[in-house]
Design a protein around this ligand. Structure first.
Ligand code: FES
Length: 137
């Protein structure tokens, strides 16, 4: 087991191992948060307009590269669940084709709503390990 010492407010870090556990400095206990690295893609395969939909447990994710930046977002529109794999990329925004809602791909913020408002797009931090990019879940 790979243990990282920190407190509840400290961010999780990866040390290149598949699993991490967070240790609470104050109580001197393992908090019990264990995450695992899931590899999503080899870096050599990435390019602008790259898209890949990935399902990991309950997470429906989409890896997408826009203007040289790689992003990991939920793959279903927060408005009514349309697959964002069919979305248009407009600048740094994702436009869902069903009702035209737009989301900032970097922050997840809702940029444009054509009907009732909805929450923003969930975004996930990417983790780079050697020649691969992945996510800790
Ligand atoms: S389902 Fe995406 S905009 Fe309505």
């Amino acid at each position: 087991m790979n243990v990282i010492k920190g407190n509840r407010s400290s961010k999780l870090r990866t040390t290149g191992k598949d699993q991490i556990t967070v240790y609470d400095y104050v109580s001197r206990k393992i908090i019990g948060i264990t995450m695992r690295f899931y590899s999503l893609e080899k870096l050599i395969n990435l390019h602008d307009n790259y898209r890949k939909v990935i399902k990991i447990d309950q997470y429906n994710l989409m890896l997408v590269q826009v203007q040289g930046e790689l992003h990991l977002v939920e793959s279903q529109c927060p408005h009514r669940g349309h697959p964002l794999s069919e979305s248009d990329i407009i600048g740094t925004g994702l436009r869902c084709p069903l009702h035209g809602y737009q989301f900032d791909i970097a922050t997840g913020d809702l940029l444009k709503a054509t009907e009732e408002p909805c929450r923003g797009l969930k975004i996930f931090d990417l983790v780079y390990q050697e020649t691969e990019v992945g996510v800790m879940l």
